[in-house]
Design a binder for this molecule. Structure first.
Ligand code: R5P
Length: 271
């Protein structure tokens, strides 16, 4: 691997632990002002110190993240659709490699919609992005999107999607956690991170899912709503971090979550 590519990969996946906590904030690219990220800067700023990488679009990066921050960025470069349009899967490339380089990104991310009418188009978009990424030493995050069809998220479907992304040269694959998750990771030679999906009922559900994904071969998370839609997003990202980088068990991480939450409540109460 060339130096630039290896260096950027190390900015995404921490070489000391081999793992990563990516913070996903790209939802507005097709959902508009999603709940709790209506004002991106307010959501992002307190979480920045605890994310290895943030994943977002160039518009939110330029308007809502301080360029002096030491944050690593994985830039979403696919889109062109909306949740009220005819087909979420009909994505194209939205951002040039020149602009990604100008933004000093660590990586670039793109969704593929396998099993849809736009399978070929989105897979060829991914393949082209890998060609460009290889040329400039920029890793590509391939995202196995399911659009509104959340029920698709099983091991058979996701292992097919992840393997195809890896075969096309994707450097990191982002997918969903599912039952029999080791089938997904063992069939995919590229490192896998999990999305969180819609907000789960309890914090323990999120911590259990994170722990289990790592136990079954994921290298980390690229999580959004289950962090910033929580009433205590800083406590949540720190608890997830404690599992990913320090190897805490879900119950220990939950205790840690409660401690941070208490500390923050006290700070608020004392003004
Ligand atoms: C969705 O299309 C985006 O790529 C999100 O970044 C991804 O779903 C992760 O966010 P969440 O954990 O909220 O699912």
């Amino acid at each position: 691997m060339d130096w630039g590519m290896a260096n950027r990969m190390a900015r995404i996946i921490n070489p000391n632990t081999g793992r990563t906590v990516m913070l996903a904030l790209d939802h507005g690219y097709f959902l508009g002002p999603t709940h709790r990220i209506e004002e991106p800067r307010k959501t992002i700023e307190p979480l920045l110190p605890y994310a290895d990488t943030i994943m977002l679009t160039r518009g939110v990066l330029r308007t809502s993240v301080d360029p002096k921050s030491a944050t690593n960025v994985v830039l979403r470069v696919s889109g062109g659709v909306s949740v009220i349009g005819p087909a979420l899967s009909d994505e194209g490339l939205t951002t040039s490699i020149k602009d990604a380089i100008r933004l000093n990104v660590a990586g670039i991310g793109i969704s593929v919609f396998i099993g849809t009418e736009h399978e070929r188009q989105t897979l060829l978009n991914l393949a082209e992005l890998v060609n460009i990424g290889e040329e400039y030493g920029i890793p590509v995050l391939g995202i196995t999107a399911v659009g509104k069809e959340l029920e698709k998220r099983d091991a058979r479907f996701l292992s097919l999607c992840c393997r195809i992304c890896a075969e096309l040269g994707t450097h990191i694959v982002k997918t969903y956690y599912c039952e029999d998750f080791e089938k997904v990771t063992t069939g995919c030679p590229a490192p896998i991170v999990i999305a969180g999906g819609p907000k789960l009922e309890t914090e323990m559900d999120v911590l259990d899912m994170t722990y289990s994904a790592l136990q079954h071969g994921a290298v980390g998370v690229d999580m959004g709503r289950n962090i910033w839609q929580n009433d205590h997003p800083v406590a949540m990202i720190r608890a997830i971090r404690s599992i990913v980088h320090e190897g805490l068990k879900p119950k220990q991480a939950h205790e840690f979550f409660k401690e941070i939450k208490e500390e923050q409540n006290k700070k608020v109460a004392s003004g």
